[in-house]
Design a protein around this ligand. Sequence first.
Ligand SMILES: [Zn+2]
Length: 235
Amino acid sequence: MRLMATIKTWLTDFRDVLSPRFCATCGEKLNTTEQKICGACLIRLPYLSKKDFLDNEVSRLFWAKIPIERGHSYIYYHKEGLTHELFMKMKYGHRPDLCRWIGLMMARDLIPRHFFEGIEAIVPVPLHWLRLIERGYNQSYHISKGLSEVSGIPVLNSCVKRIRNNETQTHKTATERINNVKDVFQARSCIPAHHILLVDDVTTTGATLYSLAQSILKENRDMVFSVLTVGKAAD
Ligand SMILES: [Zn+2]
C-alpha cells in the first residue's frame, strides 16, 4: 500500500511538472496533495453553519411554500473575491471536474451529519438545451454526480426539462426572480422517489428551486424535498 501511495505521489509530481495545476479560487499553483482548491483557500472560504439543517437561512426560504425537509448551502457567495472566482469557473470555465469535486467534498462532509437520510433521488436544476450547447455542461448535474458517487443516491437527470430559456436571475429583484422562473420547468409524472434532493450551484431567494419543486409537485403528489446548493448569495 505504501509503495502504491509513493508511486501515485511520483506520478502526480511528474504530471504537475508537465502540466501544472492551479487553484480554482486564488490561481496559485497547487502542490501534490492539493486538488482543485488550495489548502489556504479552503480554510478561508466562508462556510455556512452545519448545526441545523431543519431551521436555517436556506431551509427558511422554502417554509410554507413547498414540503421542505432539510436545506443547506456550503459557502456564502460574494459578488467579488474568492467565491466569485470559484463560481465563475464552475459555471463558465469549462470545469465540470471542479463541479464534481465540490460535490464529492460536500457529500463527504454532510454524510456524517445525516444530511442525506431518507433522500431517495437527486434532481439537479436543468439547463435549457440551448444554454447546454452554449456552455457545454450543466454545472448542477456535475455537482450532483459528485454527491451521488459518495452517497450512493441516484441522480435523476431527465425527469424534469427546462422548457423556457429564461433570462439570467442576476440583477433582478425578488419579485422579478419569481416571475422570471415561473413555469420554466416541466416534470414527468411517476418520478420513482418520495424524498428528492434539489441541487443548484447558487441560490439567492430560492426562486429557481421553488419553481423546480412546483413543477415536480404538479405531476407527482406527496413529494417532499431537501435542498442543497454550493453557494448562498450573501445579503
Ligand atoms: Zn487558492
